[in-house]
Design a binder for this molecule. Structure first.
Ligand code: NAP
Ligand code: ZN
Ligand code: ZN
Length: 352
């Protein structure tokens, strides 16, 4: 089995350190991907710190993977050596349950196999994109269109699809008022995609410090949630609110911003349970919902949509030795808008 360089953490209270992992020999339906870029998702931090339950250590995070095919198994038909490809949050699913058959593999009834911190159906722990190479069944590999650079494409594989899927499901489009809570990695993709879909987009951020960026990304309106007046001005305004925040919010305050029949969709995944008053829902026949990434077919559709509209993510490219610092900056909401690791720096000697 090939041994490849990786950035791994040994435990929930440890920093990430350079290490090595073993990748499997490619099977008949496997694609070997030389990773060029790997996005840093807030979920990487939650999992590396065991905030969602005990993680599998050593852990190599990374589920926003972009690179090129370097080898294929004998039966692979969808990809060729040299193709620009991506891998998102899962690398396998049962392929038989009703959700898999419907192309909603992320909701596989037997549990999808996470790209990292998961266990394959063979029992092996999975390792993610903070490494130089990954081996994935061709059915779980996405094609990255030429129009999107690989570094800006990487975050689409999680942040992009996590916003595209609910925006499409709840029919964001012309005549719809959509609000995005939190202008981080997920939120900024929500603004771009909802705007491209034709919706009227409002950002609800803690402060106005990123307002100019928000407008540039496509927001029509921008409000600070630290200002109480915001909740008075925006009462009963929105058809759809997508909450990307990684901490619990005052749900009742945000539900009051929905108009009749509006829906608030949670995609952010705080560690503590959330609460709300049932009155906040029944008063306007409102819905409180959740959504998780998207299926393979829909992820490809999202990549093609972004290419057609000429955008990827807004990124800050970092070296492999800067990832621990980047985690701290993500936690401080100090990122515009996604850190992406240049995996070439993992091949090069350490800088510190
Ligand atoms: P991120 O880049 O850190 O963005 C989160 C944003 O939320 C911040 O930029 C900040 O925006 C706002 N925020 C942070 N702390 C806050 C607080 N205490 N109160 C109010 N607002 C706060 O994170 P991300 O990568 O976008 O991920 C966001 C969440 O989604 C994480 O919990 C992650 O695990 C989850 N996630 C879910 C899925 C899914 O499939 N459902 C997929 C990927 C990630 P402002 O500065 O604009 O206020
Ligand atoms: Zn993610
Ligand atoms: Zn399934």
């Amino acid at each position: 089995m090939p041994t490849v360089p990786a950035l791994a953490t040994a435990g929930a209270d440890q920093d990430l350190k350079r290490s090595t992992i073993e990748r499997r020999e490619p099977g008949a339906h496997d694609v070997v991907i030389d990773i060029a870029f790997s996005g840093v998702c807030h979920s990487d931090i939650h999992q590396a710190r065991s905030e969602w339950g005990a993680g599998n250590f050593p852990m190599v995070p990374g589920h926003e993977i972009a690179g090129t095919v370097s080898a294929i198994g004998a039966e692979v038909s969808r990809y060729q050596v040299g193709d620009r490809v991506g891998v998102g949050c899962f690398v396998d699913s049962c392929r038989e349950c009703e959700n898999c058959v419907a192309g909603e593999e992320q909701y596989c009834l037997k549990g999808n196999v996470g790209t990292y911190n998961g266990r394959g159906y063979d029992g092996e722990i999975t390792y993610g994109g903070y490494s130089t190479q990954v081996v994935v069944n061709e059915n779980y590999v996405l094609g990255i269109p030429e129009a999107v650079a690989l570094d800006a494409a990487a975050p689409l594989l999680c942040a992009g699809i996590t916003l595209y899927s609910p925006l499409k499901h709840w029919q964001a489009g012309p005549g719809k008022r959509v609000a995005i809570i939190g202008l981080g990695g997920l939120g900024h993709m929500g603004v771009k995609i909802a705007h491209a879909m034709g919706a009227e987009v409002t950002v609800l951020s803690q402060t106005l410090s990123k307002a100019a960026d928000g407008k540039r990304l496509g927001a029509d309106h921008y409000y600070a949630t630290s200002d109480e007046q915001t909740f008075k001005d925006l009462r009963n305004q929105f058809d759809l609110i997508i909450n990307t925040v990684s901490a619990n919010l005052n749900m009742d305050a945000y539900l009051s911003l929905l108009r009749l029949n509006g829906t608030l969709v949670n995609v952010g995944l705080p560690t503590e349970p959330a609460s709300y008053q049932t009155f906040s829902l029944v008063g306007g026949r409102r819905s409180l919902a959740g959504s998780m990434i998207g299926g393979i077919r829909e992820t490809q559709e999202m990549l093609d949509f972004c290419a057609k509209h000429g955008f990827g993510a807004d990124i800050e490219v970092i070296g492999i030795d800067e990832v621990n610092e980047a985690y701290k900056r993500v936690l401080a909401s100090d990122v515009r808008f996604r850190f992406v690791i240049d995996i070439a720096t993992l091949h090069a000697p350490a800088t510190s």
